[in-house]
Design a protein. Structure first.
Length: 83
């Protein structure tokens, strides 16, 4: 399946990419994170267990067990706060 993956804020800076289209063989958001972690370096560091980041699928925030549909837009971003 194909996914459009968007990176925001600190992650976009650390990965040196704002968006990409990926061929994805998994089924869940956790599978996508695992696939990205295999790139090593900053990818493994920033997406490691215990690191703070959020994911949205087609603009809805999801947990790591969320299923990813074909042609989904997946955003990965640091948590945000406001006031």
């Amino acid at each position: 399946m194909k996914l459009r993956v968007l990176y925001f804020a600190r992650l976009r800076e650390r990965f040196s990419v704002g968006e990409e289209t990926l061929d994805f063989a998994g089924t869940t958001a956790a599978d996508l994170v695992a696939q990205l972690q295999t790139r090593g370096g900053v990818w493994a560091e920033e997406l490691a267990a215990g690191r703070a980041f959020r994911m949205a699928v087609n603009q809805d925030i999801v947990a790591l067990d969320a299923l990813l549909p074909d042609n989904a837009e997946v955003a990965i971003f640091p948590p945000v706060t406001g006031g």
